[in-house]
Design a protein around this ligand. Structure first.
Ligand code: FRU
Length: 485
């Protein structure tokens, strides 16, 4: 076997950086790079009994740069181990980056489908993008195929944005959706099909912005959930509107019906998938248990990323299972296996009324918290939970009962500017919160995953405790339990 020099160099670079990492914000149970920069999750797949997750990676620097594919794998979606870097850029069709893409098991051959990024003029940010393939039979060492690029150009009516292929099989036919933009800068997703993953035929546009949904749709994914077809996209260029679209870019979805014969997709409105500050470029896989599992990049382009000073940057969310709820909205909940992380359990409150607040002293950084509030006949204006740091530091989760709105306030824990996110959350007489805290992240699942909020937080000090509260009235707390992780 020929040893790939580019991969070897990248591997040496990343091993070297791991010696100089400041651990203060390193996460305890999330996927991160060994050091330096990572962004989007790529190539989610279950192969020969293991889950594989790849990610956009710059092994030479804590800032984004020529993209490689980093690689981790796991037997249980909870404990991850690093595998060698899978892809390095530098061939004539991916000279300046191996951008995002997906993975499929093609009769035992693990196949990565990714975008080759090629600058025409880097200063002016002019470029062209191609779709390419790399294969492996052991799930560890990948070889780019001789037929690359397998798609050299986007269709005639397209702008130069042409990236993030997601491939799946339907009725013995391979399909690929690609993120794209029209010549006049309208975001869209285009569709290809193939018999052998090498020769691709352009089918047409699968969905396109009506003019309000941005200039480019990144990282598409298209799959069945329940009886419906979900198109997941990460659009760039949507204007913020009230509580919605307040991050630089969003990740969201449409629910609809798809006709493969006619390539007709009838869809509802675009909905954001997560309502925190840091959730982007999410991708899914369907596993052998038939679950549709999603993982997102737990950061946002151009946001403050203080871990760059620590020699690393970027992380992925915990894996979450998607389900289609009543009224055709997608719910996200942590995969069942996540309970394997649980260590010591503390039951703080059980069926107790509180007015004002109740403090649980707990200084661990890695926690799962569950709280349930009974809202029937509750006269309080709002209820919630605070994660308290020393001094002024805190993260506050508040449910405004009358408005049926949930908010996450991180302004006193590393998000001074623009620290609050709010979303509507209807209740059936109760509020349940399930929270996953790590050293620099919070993931909140409300009312059984009907709404989720994901944000990075950057505490200066250790934690003091968790506080359960009711404002201007009493609330019955059915449950307030937490586990060290
Ligand atoms: C999304 C994205 C993708 C691209 C990749 C580059 O965050 O911009 O469209 O393939 O990141 O790293």
């Amino acid at each position: 076997m020929v040893i790939d020099q580019k991969l070897q160099k990248a591997e040496e670079a990343i091993k070297k950086t791991t010696q100089n990492i400041n651990p203060r914000y390193r996460l305890g149970y999330h996927i991160m790079g060994e050091g330096n920069w990572i962004n989007d999750p790529n190539g989610l797949v279950q192969y020969k009994g293991e889950y594989h997750v790849f990610y956009q990676h710059h092994p030479y620097d804590e800032n984004w740069g020529p993209m490689h594919w980093g690689h981790v794998k796991s037997k249980d979606l909870v404990n991850w181990e690093y595998a060698p870097i899978a892809l390095a850029p530098g061939d004539e069709y991916d000279r300046d980056g191996c951008f995002s893409g997906s993975a499929v098991n093609n009769n035992g051959e693990l196949t990565l489908i990714y975008t080759g990024h090629n600058y025409i003029n880097q200063e002016e940010d002019t470029f062209y993008q191609t779709q390419n393939i790399a294969v492996s039979t052991d799930g560890v060492v990948f070889e780019k195929v001789g037929q690359n690029p397998v798609i050299a150009h986007p269709p005639e009516d397209s702008a130069h944005h042409f990236r993030d292929p997601k491939v799946w099989k339907h009725n013995n036919q391979w399909y690929m959706v690609v993120g794209n933009s029209t010549k006049d800068q309208t975001g869209r997703v285009i569709l290809y099909k193939s018999q052998d993953l090498r020769k691709w035929e352009y089918v047409g546009v699968l969905a396109q912005s009506d003019g309000t949904l941005g200039y480019m749709w990144e990282c598409p994914d298209f799959f069945e959930l329940g009886e419906k077809h979900i198109l997941l996209i990460s659009p760039q260029g949507i204007e913020s509107k009230g509580d919605d679209y307040n991050n630089l870019f969003q990740t969201g979805y449409f629910v609809g019906e798809y006709d493969y014969e006619k390539n007709e997709y009838e869809k509802g409105e675009f909905l954001e998938l997560d309502h925190g500050h840091d959730f982007y470029a999410a991708q899914t896989l369907v596993d052998e248990k038939g679950r549709r599992i999603v993982i997102g990049w737990m950061d946002m382009w151009e946001s403050e990323m203080p871990t760059k000073q620590d020699g690393w940057c970027g992380a992925l969310t915990i894996p979450r299972e998607l389900t289609l709820g009543k009224n055709n909205a997608v719910s996200m909940n942590p995969i069942d296996e996540i309970v394997e992380l649980r260590e010591a359990k503390s039951v703080e409150l059980e069926n107790k009324s509180i007015s004002d607040y109740h403090l649980a002293k707990e200084n661990s950084s890695l926690l799962e918290i569950k709280a349930e509030f009974d809202l029937t006949d509750c006269k309080a204006e709002s209820v919630g939970l605070t994660i308290k740091g020393v001094e002024e530091e805190e993260v506050v989760i508040t449910y405004h009962i009358r408005d049926e709105k949930l908010s996450l306030d991180c302004s006193k824990m590393g998000k001074k500017e623009d620290g609050v996110r709010t979303t509507e959350l209807v209740n059936d007489g109760k509020l349940t919160l399930r929270i996953f805290l790590d050293r620099s992240s919070i993931e909140l699942f409300a009312n059984d995953g009907m709404k989720t909020m994901t944000s990075r937080i950057y505490p200066n000090e250790e934690r003091l405790g968790l506080m359960c509260f009711a404002n201007k009235g009493e609330v019955n707390v059915k449950e307030f339990t937490y586990w060290k992780l």
